[in-house]
Ligand binder design. Structure first.
Ligand code: UDP
Ligand code: MG
Length: 317
């Protein structure tokens, strides 16, 4: 069985259509499936739509969060609830073409354990967004070695990869990179991003920026090492300037050079502050992880799944 996991946040216009389109495609391809909607604390009638989608087709199941925990939490809740032999993650707005699922499924049948759908084109996005995404991916690549160019959350994962992800203990996750971090036989397939079926994008700049910083710091320690590197460079610089100052002092022309002092204080001060900021950021992440808070809290569920009992021991994860 194939589990289709769909995170949904304020997607009332899309639920019914998305469920129909995906189940239509899978039925036509003769694939046994379940669809799991994860309602990420929507404020509109998304949950009611999910319930009625379940009533129309019992292959549709739903998990509802007690509040908005973010797409990452929704993805992991879906992975936990999935009972299939493999799982596909797809957006609710049909920007990821569901027609591709049967292809991905047949790649899985012929041995692929992770099938990543790569964006051949990025669809309609503002120049600013494109630039932001590009520099973010560049940073991720140079710092963690994982190439995310064109990567999306549209992926098929074998049960083994799903289990591996479910076992990860960390709270701060970055699914897009983690799915390639777990390894396994990976194949790629290309797709073109389509415009949203309905509704508006759920991201704004603050949300995106937070997502980017979180992803980078949860994947690499490079920013912390950078501080050390900058510190060493400034140390050398300070030694040179120090020698020069001493020479000046002993030659008796020490009165000059106030501008250098001011500049040095400013630059070094700024570096120290940035450094403390970065260390503070990692510290706060350690703090977050150490609290061992759940990634999400489930408020309600609809649909039991084929294996009867939901395959989770607890609602908190
Ligand atoms: N989403 C979510 N929680 C959030 C934000 C988004 O579950 O806090 C879901 C949303 O419902 C959609 C998917 O993540 O299914 C992608 O969101 P969106 O289409 O807004 O992002 P974009 O395609 O613009 O990057
Ligand atoms: Mg979208």
């Amino acid at each position: 069985m194939l589990s289709v996991i769909i995170p949904a946040y304020n997607e009332q216009e899309n639920i019914k259509n998305t469920a129909c389109v995906i189940s239509g495609i899978l039925q036509q391809a003769g694939i046994d499936y379940e669809i799991i909607f994860v309602d990420d604390g929507s404020k509109d009638s998304t949950w009611a739509e999910i319930i009625s989608a379940h009533e129309a087709d019992t292959n549709v199941r739903g998990v509802r969060f007690s509040r908005n925990f973010g797409k990452e939490g929704a993805i992991f809740a879906g992975l936990k609830a999935a009972q299939g032999d493999c799982a596909v993650l797809i957006d609710c707005d049909l920007q990821h073409p569901p027609e591709l699922i049967p292809n991905m499924y047949s790649m899985w049948e012929s041995g692929a354990e992770v099938v990543e759908a790569i964006k051949a084109s990025r669809g309609k996005e503002s120049l600013f967004y494109k630039l932001f995404a590009k520099s973010f991916y560049k940073m991720m690549k140079s710092s963690s070695g994982i190439n995310l160019d064109g990567a999306s959350d549209f992926k098929l994962l074998d049960r083994r990869a799903v289990d591996a992800l479910n076992e990860l203990p960390e709270r701060m996750t970055f699914f897009r990179a983690l799915s390639s971090w777990v390894g396994f036989r990976t194949e790629k397939i290309e797709f073109d991003v389509k415009p949203r079926a309905a509704g508006k994008t759920k991201w704004n700049f603050t949300k995106l920026f937070k997502f980017a910083v979180n992803s980078i710091t949860s994947f690499t320690n490079l920013p912390i090492h950078l501080i050390t590197a900058v510190g060493i460079i400034f140390g050398i610089f300070a030694a040179v300037v120090g020698v020069q100052t001493l020479v000046n002092y002993f030659c008796g022309n020490a009165a000059e050079g106030f501008s250098t002092v001011i500049l040095l204080i400013l630059i070094v001060g700024a570096c120290i502050l940035i450094g403390i900021g970065v260390i503070g950021f990692y510290l706060s992440k350690i703090y977050e992880e150490i609290k061992q808070r759940p990634r999400y809290i489930v408020a309600e569920r609809v649909g039991e799944g084929r294996k009867g009992e939901q395959n989770e021991r607890t609602d908190r994860s």
